[in-house]
Design a protein around this ligand. Structure first.
Ligand SMILES: Nc1ncnc2c1ncn2[C@@H]1O[C@H](COP(=O)(O)OP(=O)(O)OP(=O)(O)O)[C@@H](O)[C@H]1O
Ligand SMILES: Nc1ncnc2c1ncn2[C@@H]1O[C@H](COP(=O)(O)OP(=O)(O)OP(=O)(O)O)[C@@H](O)[C@H]1O
Lengths: 229, 229
């Protein structure tokens, strides 16, 4: 893949790094010389300049790239101007970071393919973590369902999935079991776990103490699942 | 839940908002009066002040709260000082935002329960989206597996899961089907989809044109799944 990243703040910098680590060709642009220098030997091109300058954007050849990412935050006007110029030049796929909901609304309105709000997405994940302390992780599937990772409750230990009959009792589906075997240090304390995934679990699979269950459930049901003891 | 949010930048502000919307009690602190005023009528307490002031932190009663979130970015020293003070006072659960990997390392070392890096997490998700254009979404399960959302390839349309035999051929597990029924506008163009989830799909379930498959696969296998035509 060939990707241009415009703006090397925390988000843009990390993104360019990850793409380069995975062997993709990256062009970076920023008005801050120090940031651009970090990519001098890693990026295909590292350009110091003002991205609102249309001739600079044309020189990147956005119409030949797989994606262009506009990662300018504080200066909303610059972000929107750069996006409009890229669309005029014929960029195939534009991803832009938005500072807040108002900025996001403008970007979507002008037709940006994907708009991301890193802080808001992270705030939602942390809020979920606080509001649902028993869930190790949660992924939303469509409007009404989630896949959750939850520690196996004590009342499940030693029982098989067939005995527990969770689909009938709670209308949930155990997709996989993360079997975790505890590793002990010299004083007998658990210092970590060795994990392997059992997917799909057979109906005769017994649930063990340190197992984490990967469960598909409706969002309405989550409160019920959290009450498992 | 009772939660204190210290620092009302993009992340802290969104987090406090989401928690209040979900009916939880929130205390907010920031040195910027304008930001604190936004929460005057919504938060249980809205305090203007410097969070590195230990008497201010004590007045929040962190030992009685379910969680305290330290969302201070640019001033790494202030963030770390606030975290150390909260631990000394006896806060039960501390979540802190880190500016970069070095800041994250310090926070983990002093024993902060959860450290988040919003920009890095978002950069990883966007990099995945660019590197794997066919995947609508991807969730990592343990070290070696992922659950992915992928549009059903043309060669699957009209066939049942039994006929396709994906477990044997590709070692993947179709957990659910997001059945999307197109909605047309007056000129016959698709303007959106009505979605419902089929979980678990029966072996005789036929795959339709607009279906999105929710698939559990090993990370090694993903390249193979992306080649489905
Ligand atoms: N017109 C411009 N041309 C080129 N680079 C720009 C322009 N405007 C801003 N930048 C660069 O974009 C980067 C990110 O911008 P900014 O700091 O405003 O965003 P941010 O939202 O705080 O970033 P993050 O949250 O990712 O750290 C900065 O490195 C800045 O130098
Ligand atoms: N010592 C302090 N006491 C109270 N509030 C503080 C302190 N230091 C910083 N803040 C506040 O924390 C908030 C976030 O800080 P900052 O802007 O440094 O982080 P940020 O990483 O840019 O935030 P975000 O990425 O979430 O927008 C600001 O509103 C700032 O006023």
């Amino acid at each position: 893949m060939q990707v241009a990243v415009i703006g090397l703040g925390r988000f843009g910098f990390s993104l360019a790094d990850i793409l380069i680590e995975n062997g993709h060709e990256v062009l970076v642009v920023d008005k801050d010389e120090k940031l651009v220098q970090e990519f001098e030997n890693k990026a295909r091109e590292a350009i110091v300049g003002d991205a609102t300058d249309e001739s600079l954007l044309r020189s990147l050849g956005p119409q030949n790239l797989d994606a262009v990412v506009v990662a300018i935050g504080d200066d909303v006007e610059a972000s929107v101007l750069v996006c409009i110029s890229l669309m005029d030049i014929g960029a195939r796929y534009i991803i832009a970071k938005a500072e807040n909901d108002r900025h996001a609304k403008i970007l979507k309105k002008i037709g940006i393919h994907k708009v991301v709000q890193p802080e808001r997405d992270s705030a939602k994940a942390v809020a979920d973590h606080i509001m649902h302390p028993k869930l190790f992780d949660r992924f939303y599937i469509g409007e009404d369902h989630s896949i959750i990772e939850i520690k196996s409750p004590k009342s499940f230990w030693g029982k098989t999935l067939m005995e527990l009959d969770l689909r009938r009792k709670y209308n949930v589906l155990v997709i996989a079991i993360k079997r975790r075997e505890p590793m002990f240090d010299s004083s007998g304390e658990i210092k970590g776990f060795k994990e392997h995934l059992i997917a799909p679990p057979s109906p005769n699979e017994q649930i063990l103490e340190h197992d984490v269950l990967i469960v598909l459930t409706s969002n309405e049901n989550i409160k019920e699942v959290e009450r498992w003891q």
